[in-house]
Structure formats: C-alpha cells, structure tokens
Design a protein around this ligand. Structure first.
Ligand SMILES: Nc1ncnc2c1ncn2[C@@H]1O[C@H](COP(=O)(O)OP(=O)(O)OP(=O)(O)O)[C@@H](O)[C@H]1O
Ligand SMILES: [Mg+2]
Length: 433
C-alpha cells in the first residue's frame, strides 16, 4: 500500500530542517542546484578487464588520470542515487535510518564535487585521504539502509522497496570498487618495487592489479571460505559435529575477479549450508553429511554448485528469500540489524588497536569481513539478497533450488572473461518518471 505519491521534490538538498512536506507542491522557483547539474551527467560503467588493463601500465600520468576519473565519477554516481532517494515518498525519506544515509551521501557529494583537478602526486595523496575517510564513514550504510527499508515496509510496495535497495547496494559496490581500485593502484605506485620511470610495464605476472585478483582459483576460494564458516561454527555452536566440505570438478578453474566479492558470496552460501546441516544433525548420532561443491568451467563462465543436505529452506521463507523488505521474520531481522552498527564500530576499533595494517588489508577487512565475522545466531536475512547483488554486479547470477526436507543446491555463475561491464543503474530514477 502506498501512503503518498512520490514527490518529485520530496527532499531538498540540505539542510534537513527545510524538507518539504507531502502537502506542498514542487516549488516552481527552485533554482538549478549543483545536484541537478551532476544528475545530468552520464555514469561511465567499467569492466574488470578495463580495471586490469588500466592498472597494468602504471605510470604517473596514468595514476593522475585514474584520480581524475574517480574525482568526477564518484560525485556523478552519488548524485544519481541522491536523486533516487529524493523520489521516495516523504514518509519514507523521513525515516531516521534512510535520512542518515541521505545525509552521508550528501556530505560525500559536496566534498567530492569541489575537489579541483588532480595535477600532481601530492594532489592525489589528498584525494586518497578523502577516499579513505569516505569508505570508513560509509561503513554504517548497509545496516542503516536495511533497517530503513524494513521499517518502511508498510509504506511502499515491497517490490519497489527491493528495487530501490538493489539499486543503492549496486551503486555502493560500484563506488567502493572505484575508490578501492584507485587506492590500491596508488599503493602499488608508491611501493618500493614499482619503478614508474622504467618505461616498461609493471610486473606482468603480478597477481593483483589494484583490487583485481587475476588468478582467482575457485577451488582455493571455496576451501578458504569453507574453513572460515566451519571455524566460526566450531567456536560459536555447542555442536562438535561440523560437516566436511568437498570440492570436485574443474579444480584448476582460474579467472580474474575482485577477490573480496567472490569470498563474500561463497562465504555466505557456505555459511548457510554449514548452519543448516548442523541444525538438522544436532541431536543425531550420525556424522553430518558433507557439503559438496562442484566447480564447472566453460569457455565463458565458471559455475559453482554448492549442495547440502541441511533439510532445505523452510517453506514459509521461500517466497521472500531474495527480499530485503518482506518475509515472516522482519521483526527479528530488525532487532538483529540494530546490533550491527555497534558491531562494525567495534571491529573497526579492534583493527586500529591491533596496529597499523596496509590499506589493502584494512579495506578488505573493513568492507566485507565485518559482516562475515558476525555471530551465526545474529541472522540478518541479508546473506542471500546481498550475495545476489554481488553476483549480478559483474554480470553473473545466483540461484537456489530447495529440495524440501532434503537440502539445497545453490548455483553461482561467474562471468569468466571479465569483459562484461559492471551492472549499475546508469541514470537516476527521475528519467523513468
Ligand atoms: N542452505 C540452506 N539450507 C536451509 N535453509 C537455508 C539455506 N540457505 C538459506 N536458508 C534459509 O534462508 C534464510 C535466509 O538466508 P539468508 O542467508 O538470506 O539470511 P540469514 O542466513 O537468515 O541471515 P544472514 O545471512 O544475514 O546472517 C535463512 O535464515 C535460512 O532459514
Ligand atoms: Mg545467511
């Protein structure tokens, strides 16, 4: 049920105290704002291959041109999403969690849009400081978006809310990819073994180009993520019977990918499987059956099938498996999500108190592992829908087949060649209105 129509100018730029109410009509005198101008710009989607080739010949002019891409692309992308939020009904954007996200985005937009052209390495260092600050500050975005969307579930049809959430999450991934890639390239450029004046290519065999891991080996990712899921359950459940994880098929399958994205998806799937099997065999004298992972490599794709015998997905949840806003467990999800921002803050403090780590380690842990290391009983209902957003981002797919009473088969398809563009919404929703 929709309680009020989306207002074209439902939410002004800032300050918050000047938000228009639903009763007001759009002000015809409204001046063209900076946001309007940035929304006019097109987003320039990138592919994994572009990220890789761009970073391979890393010279100072290339780094500076990467910096200028980031400098103009980030505010463009944020502007489109700010406009999307403005399109929501006033009662929705007035939600405290969503307005917090809006304010964070607006702050970032204002900060980036005034950064002058990057001309030197010193300018680039200053840009990198702003990027790091933004990545850190935006750690609270996912749980706040999720809580906002759940709290507003009665105000907007749930498929619209899910579409909004998907668009915002994909956009968030895209901004982090762009920012993290540039930070990683800057790190590489500044590293002692990089010789920018050597006039030749950087090490062609290097495994990382920025954040892109050229030799992502499916088998190793499954084994590493499987061990994390098993260890977590070993530490947190009273069950001594942890299911084994077997890997079969094309064990040599290797492809370029952003490692943290793949680890997140595979980690969430295995975590669900391990949890389901443990719950089903909790009181059984039998050892739990293994989780079988099959890797299949084709010329275009790598497909991973994760099969468990954890009893399948409860029938009442099945229709809402991919929804951020609807399902029988919304109340408990909300309560659990309420604990996540505090958890993220603690993890961050923990990392800082453990001593300085490299930027790559910090961001790698900061963006995904905070979620990965949450306790298993803190079920947020985010694992599957978020994993699908990550899978589809690089033109892949994620499907689940539940065999009631028996188990689940999850199919993850990765686009192997990395020549597909990121799947982002390139315009603000205003164009569709
Ligand atoms: N392999 C599986 N076997 C049985 N049930 C599953 C399986 N995977 C998912 N489910 C069911 O689907 C629900 C939703 O899964 P999802 O990963 O999206 O969220 P969650 O596990 O509840 O919470 P989160 O992953 O955010 O901590 C789970 O709570 C569980 O009931
Ligand atoms: Mg889960």
């Amino acid at each position: 049920m929709r309680s009020c129509r989306p207002l074209r100018w439902g939410l002004p730029c800032v300050p918050k105290s000047r938000f228009y109410s639903g009763a007001q009509s759009p002000p015809p005198w409204r001046p063209v704002s900076a946001l309007d101008q940035w929304v006019e710009r097109e987003i320039r989607p990138i592919s994994l291959r572009q990220l890789t080739f761009f970073g391979r010949t890393l010279t100072e002019p290339r780094l500076i041109s990467s910096a200028n891409y980031v400098r103009t692309e980030l505010p463009t992308r944020i502007a489109h999403r700010l406009r999307d939020i403005q399109q929501l009904p006033y009662v929705v954007v007035a939600n405290p969690h969503l307005s917090l996200v809006y304010e964070l985005y607006y702050k970032a937009f204002e900060k980036f849009r005034v950064i002058p052209e990057i001309r030197s390495l010193d300018d680039n260092d200053r840009l990198c400081d702003v990027l790091r600050e933004m990545l850190k500050e935006h750690m609270v975005v996912i749980p706040n978006l999720a809580m906002g969307v759940l709290e507003c579930r009665e105000l907007v049809p749930h498929n619209e809310m899910d579409r909004f959430m998907n668009t915002l999450l994909r956009a968030r991934i895209s901004r982090r990819v762009i920012a993290e890639q540039h930070l990683a390239l800057t790190d590489t450029f500044n590293s002692p073994w990089h010789f920018p004046d050597a006039n030749d290519r950087t090490d062609m065999n290097a495994d990382f180009v920025g954040e892109v891991f050229l030799k992502c080996k499916a088998k190793e990712v499954v084994e590493r993520c499987g061990k994390v899921a098993q260890d977590l359950m070993r530490q947190t459940s009273d069950s001594t019977q942890i299911p084994a994880i077997t890997v079969q098929g094309h064990l040599e399958a290797t492809f370029p990918y952003i490692l943290s994205h793949l680890e997140y998806i595979v980690g969430e799937l295995l975590r669900n499987s391990v949890q389901a099997v443990i719950e089903k065999y909790h009181n059984s004298s039998q050892p739990p059956p293994p989780i079988d992972v099959l890797i299949c490599e084709t010329p275009q794709h790598v497909i991973m099938r994760i099969s468990d015998q954890g009893g399948g997905i409860p029938r009442e949840i099945l229709p809402y498996l991919w929804s951020f806003s609807k399902g029988p467990r919304t109340q408990s999800r909300l309560e659990n999500l309420g604990q996540v921002p505090a958890m993220a803050a603690t993890m961050q403090e923990l990392q800082v108190s453990q001593g300085r780590k490299s930027d790559r380690e910090m961001f790698h842990e900061g963006s995904l592992d905070t979620l990965t290391s949450r306790p298993p009983n803190l079920r947020l209902g985010m694992g599957l829908p978020m994993s699908r957003v990550y899978a589809e981002y690089w033109a892949g797919s994620l499907e689940l087949h539940s065999l009631e009473g028996y188990g689940v088969d999850a199919f993850l398809q990765i686009s192997k060649l990395g020549n597909k563009n990121e799947q982002v919404t390139t315009r603000a929703a205003i164009d569709a209105v």
